[in-house]
Ligand binder design. Structure first.
Ligand code: NAD
Length: 318
């Protein structure tokens, strides 16, 4: 990636290897996109708290490495089955190594960019960054894929070197196919890091980068969340069905097949609820009413209808 080579005294190191923390819908998709452009990636997740029946029958324990890496390995394997395909070639999966955040923290020293892609929750993200700050080598770029939590807030309490190298890199789902990437610097992010990441993400990852302000849900999700919540409200008032709304908001108006509710299933209903809350917590009056989570979505989350990832959302996954 000579394109992004920096000078001797540069604050920024060349990105040759990346760690992605969180291997769910987005983390595994981002790892696949990195592998597609030839970047070795370490994909990490949490360790399971219970054994599966199959693991018990094999006599495995919670201390066995194969069990400790089960969540991340299962998510990595899903990359081979998902449609549209996250991997440009099946062999690209070889560039994605798996690990877990308890056993492999030391391995963060191997990488030049760490991307946090865990659940949309400030406290969980902050606890991940606390560990990252302790184990990363100085100069490593760190970013969050949050859909809209304050980037500045996430860096509170971190070291000066971390803050200089920290920013939001908001990929869109699915990362292989959607070109947009929002980069969200804080007032502490070094200008050199911002420019390097913009160039890297455009030239190496093939993204169209927009620099966004660190406001709740940044640009695309602020507008997108609003649009979806208003659509749900109008659908209820008008007595329309999910199928009717999707049929008039998809290919017929030039959008991909995944129209309104199909997109929501791909995003994940639980994730969407968190993302709507990001704004809800920061607005007042009429806007608060708009961004309040509709009962329908709360009920879906309670039932475990989380969208494509759980097999049932607005649609049943075939
Ligand atoms: P997800 O629920 O599919 O996956 C989250 C993963 O994080 C899970 O595998 C979970 O085990 C793991 N995790 C949880 N706590 C962890 C910890 N402490 N350490 C390591 N791993 C941990 O969620 P997702 O949809 O991939 O979303 C992840 C992030 O990306 C969120 O911040 C979300 O807002 C953002 N995002 C999501 C979308 C989307 O369409 N789903 C799009 C853009 C951004």
């Amino acid at each position: 990636f000579k394109i992004c080579q920096r000078g001797k005294n540069s604050l920024v190191k060349q990105i040759n290897k990346v760690a992605v923390i969180g291997s769910g819908v987005m983390g595994s998709g981002i790892a696949a996109h990195l592998a597609n452009v030839g970047i070795p990636t370490l994909l990490l997740d949490i360790v399971p708290k219970e054994l599966t029946e199959e693991e018990k029958n094999k006599g495995l324990t919670l201390d066995d490495r194969v069990v400790r890496n089960r969540i991340v390995e299962t998510n990595r394997q899903k990359l081979l089955k998902q449609k549209p395909a996250p991997l440009m070639a099946k062999e690209n999966i070889e560039l994605i190594e798996v690990g877990n955040l308890e056993d492999d923290l030391d391995r963060l020293k191997e990488v030049d960019w760490i991307i946090e892609v865990v659940v949309e929750n400030l406290q969980v993200k902050k606890s991940v960054f606390e560990k990252v700050d302790q184990y990363r080598k100085k100069g490593t770029i760190v970013s969050s894929n949050t859909s809209g939590i304050s980037i500045h807030g996430m860096a509170e309490g971190r070291s000066e070197d971390f803050k200089k190298h920290f920013l939001g890199t908001h990929f869109f789902n699915p990362p292989r196919y959607l070109k947009l990437l929002e980069i969200i610097p804080t007032k502490d992010t070094s200008e050199e890091v911002i420019q390097y990441m913009k160039t890297f993400c455009e030239d190496v990852l093939g993204k169209g980068v927009v620099i966004a302000k660190d406001t709740p849900n940044f640009i695309a999700n602020r507008i997108g969340t609003y649009g979806l919540l208003v659509t749900l409200e109008e659908m209820k008032k008008g007595g329309y069905s999910v199928g009717e709304v999707d049929s008039v908001t998809g290919p017929i108006i030039g959008r991909p097949k995944s129209a309104t509710f199909r997109t929501l299933d791909v995003v994940g209903i639980d994730t969407f609820v968190h993302v709507a809350n990001n704004v809800y917590e920061h607005v007042d009056g009429e806007e608060k009413e708009i961004f309040a989570t509709p009962k329908l979505l709360k009920d879906m989350v309670d039932r475990g209808w989380l969208g494509a990832k759980s097999g049932q959302g607005f649609y049943l996954k075939k």
